[in-house]
Design a protein. Structure first.
Lengths: 137, 253
């Protein structure tokens, strides 16, 4: 018996009904010794509690990573992850990076030219030369 | 809730005292328009001030949409209104000259046909650019919208066209926002991949690299809904005869 994939019955349209933030986890890594983590340590002490309280839907993990630059890593519902190095940044700059990771969709960055993408069929249908009233040329 | 029911009864009295009676909505042979005269506004105002805790906004979105307003507008809500500093919260705050022109229809009225034919599209205007939207569409705006965050619900109230398969309603230039409801939800912020453009000058070896990485707001259309004439009448629309044509419902040829 061949292996069959699971068929999806509906296409995911997050936000059309319920809305789920795509970022599910943020990992904060720091080093206690290195100078490039100075801003990160200040951020973890001062700003992170308020940030975590504002975003209860995001799991937040803080762990040391000795002898390395500080890092924020966002893990998304679609399985991708997005790491951002925050060496030598001030706490308010790190907050900006964390907000960026929070609001990102987790998709790979692509250049999109059309602003609207639709899964629906065309509302007015496709034009046909055989229907409608005849017009003289 | 008192103010809304009181206003509705007031509007129904005005409607019945008006010369044109609206006993049957569907075939509406006379010319119909969303009437909004100065006398109606002035008669509404004392009641809305008496119940100032409920700012009466006839076409505001559902309460679910209202509780996630952008944060900048939260502090604006006040009982006493100053025209110069405040953002208008309901229609009474907007001066008469700046209110949308009430639409008129050539008889027979085809709004029931448009409202009844289900999938609808709307051509919403945002910064003078058209976006053809249907329900569930994904939008990536060509700019980063300020003062919104993921999860906010916006309502697009500038539309140049509204239609279904067989009917199109055109605005001149926009359709009255009270006829339809198009709500979108902000789902996040996206960025484009880093673009590097090499800038060169003549007779110079140096090549400058110009980098750009713009950010864009992502949105999802929650609903595109055309209100039925019954709903419009319940919200205070009045059928008036003999008005100038501004917006015409015309069938697709």
């Amino acid at each position: 018996m061949p292996l069959r994939g699971i068929r999806t019955s509906t296409a995911a349209r997050n936000g059309a009904g319920a809305f789920i933030l795509q970022c599910k986890r943020l990992d904060f890594h720091y080093c206690n010794w290195a100078g490039s983590s100075k801003g990160m340590v200040a951020f973890l002490e001062k700003t992170l509690p308020a940030f975590a309280r504002e975003n209860p839907q995001i799991e937040i993990r803080v762990s040391p990573r000795p002898q390395k630059h500080p890092l924020i890593k966002g893990i998304y519902i679609n399985g991708r992850e997005k790491p951002v190095c925050v060496r030598n940044l001030e706490p308010h700059e790190i907050l900006k990076k964390a907000t960026l990771l929070k609001e990102a969709s987790g998709e790979k960055l692509k250049r999109v030219k059309k602003p609207v993408t639709s899964l629906n069929e065309s509302v007015r249908g496709i034009w046909s030369p055989y229907h409608g009233d005849l017009r003289g040329v | 809730m008192f103010s809304r029911s009181a206003l509705r009864s007031l509007a129904s009295e005005l409607r019945w005292t008006a010369p044109s009676t609206i006993s049957s909505v569907a075939p509406l042979q006379q010319r119909a328009c969303l009437h909004q005269s100065a006398s109606l506004m002035s008669s509404q105002q004392p009641q809305s001030q008496s119940a100032s805790s409920h700012p009466e906004s006839p076409l505001s979105a559902t309460p679910r949409a209202q509780d996630t307003q952008p944060t900048t507008y939260q502090g604006v809500r006040a009982s006493s209104f100053d025209e110069n500093t405040m953002t208008p919260q309901n229609r009474a705050h907007v001066p008469i000259a700046k209110q949308p022109v009430a639409p008129t229809f050539t008889s027979p009225l085809k709004l029931p046909h448009l409202a009844g034919q289900k999938p609808h599209y709307v051509v919403a205007q945002l910064h003078a650019r058209p976006y053809l939207l249907t329900e569930g569409d994904h939008i990536r705006l060509p700019f980063l919208m300020p003062n919104v965050k993921a999860g906010d619900i916006l309502r697009f109230n500038r539309a140049s066209a509204l239609g279904s398969r067989d009917f199109t309603m055109k605005g001149s230039p926009t359709i009255d926002e009270r006829i339809y409801e198009c709500r979108v939800r902000v789902t996040g912020v996206d960025a484009e991949p880093l673009r590097i453009k090499e800038k060169t000058k003549r007779r110079q070896r140096h090549v400058k690299q110009a980098k750009s990485k713009h950010r864009y707001t992502l949105m999802r259309v929650m609903d595109v809904r055309v209100k039925t004439p019954d709903e419009l009448l319940a919200e205070g629309a009045v059928v008036v005869e003999d008005s100038e044509d501004s917006s015409v419902i015309e069938p697709r040829s």
